[in-house]
Design a protein around this ligand. Sequence first.
Ligand code: ARG
Length: 564
Amino acid sequence: MDMKQKLAEAISTACTVAADEIAAAIEVPSNPDMGDFAYPCFKLAKVLRKAPPMIAAEIGEKLVKPDFISEIKIVGAYINFFMDKQFYTKQVLQDVLTQNSDYGKSNMGAGKTIVIDYSSPNIAKPFHVGHLRSTVIGNALYQIHKALGYHCVGINHLGDWGTQFGKLIVAYQKWGSAEAIEKDGIQELMRIYVMFHDAAKENPALDDEARLWFVKMQDGDEEAISLWKWFYQISIREFARVYDMLGVSFDAYTGESFYNDKMAPVVEELRQKGLLVESEGAQIVDLSDANMPPCLIIRKDGGTLYATRDITAALYRKKTYDFDKCIYLTALDQNLHFAQWFEVIHKMGYDWYKNLIHVPFGLVSLESGKLSTRQGNVVLMEDLLHQAIAETKKIIEEKNPGLPDKETVAQKVGIGAVIFNDLYNTRIKDVVFSWERMLNFDGETGPYVQYTHARACSILKKAPDFSMENIDFSKLDDEASLQVCKLLEAFPAKIADAAAKLEPYLLTRHLVAIAQSFNKFYHDNPILSSEATVRQARLAVVMAVKTVLAAGLALLGIDAPEQM
Ligand code: ARG
């Protein structure tokens, strides 16, 4: 039930101004004496050429009172609406309880396809915390759009192609051992890769050798490809562990290598469209008219680039999925890269370049000294997640040592805390890791929302007699109950808003608000010990909150344990 919209429609019928325009002007007064909604008539004065108080009075006379409104008062230029609280709480709670985990879902995206390019780590390199954000935000946007009926295609555009793999082959042949790589995986690949870099500084011939190997890869040379495939498998095995822990999956693992044999026709198309220019032996697309440095397409040595593969991938995706939108989740520092190649697509004459959207985010910073780092300064995702689980376990041991299945709960809460923390602010803000803050069960955190959900579950467990039949909603006449219902009612609109702005934090914060208002409700109102009709009505609130918190957490990619 969208009350603002319904009010706007009622007002619109009474004054013949478009409902959308009216809806945008309807306010929620901060002073409850002024009603639950207020419509100021000032803006209508221009259109209707009358004084605002007169307009208010006239509309007031013609207005047909919607059924969820108990009273309408005209105060000067304002039309104030007072909700019929009983009608309202009943409507909201019934909506939630009948739709259950589908509450908030819609089909506004039906028939539309959104491609989401997220996570996309580079193989043979550690999956570090920098990729956490892309993974977590991308997954949330995937779940949110899916709930709105969009057809979602989640793509892991792995960084699995490029000269660096030529270097790795050389490094392996010079200093590698199959056993060590099988045993230590990416860490060992990284170690020999770093060795290569140090050695190449002294001996540049190594770089030529590496380039040669990459050319062999491009040409499909058997030995080169089989080594590359092996590095790929080793890496994917480790990534899979991380995705498993995070509960994230993809519809396609079409990384950069997938486009190896698809770039030539695209380069040819660029040439035919007169967009390729030679510059110092390289092939570029000039972007000076868009005030950007040129987009490098082919290197002097004939090698293709990151941008070449992105352009090819975009054309492939358009052809394969006919997307309405294709979004890319990477850190802010890739802004220029995306702006450049989006402009190349524009210059190629493809109107849909407008539907390519870079969705950037800020950096991850670490509260110094609090996180274990293995090599150098990278923090591995896996280590971070394990640490989150271990820290959570400590808290559980302290708070609730008798909890059954502590290990699973610690996983859900620890990882949930990491995800929630990442999604708590607008994307562009940097994320700081602080265990103390992230795991604070009383803070604005994942564990707090999960704990509130578990509290609701535990109340319901003690009331097996609860049923939705014959609830007397007039028993929910206190402010706290009403506040909870208002927030539950706003939940579907928050999901839509998060999708429209590509900002999961709008949903994250709303869940915190629901949890807070529920805890106030719980504090103010005895539930299980109340008289039977009051108890039933309050249990309906508990049930609805439980349902919405679990649904909301799921949209963020977070589990909601029943006990913690
Ligand atoms: N592999 C890249 C990185 O780690 C991210 C790829 C993002 N997606 C894309 N289509 N460029 O920085």
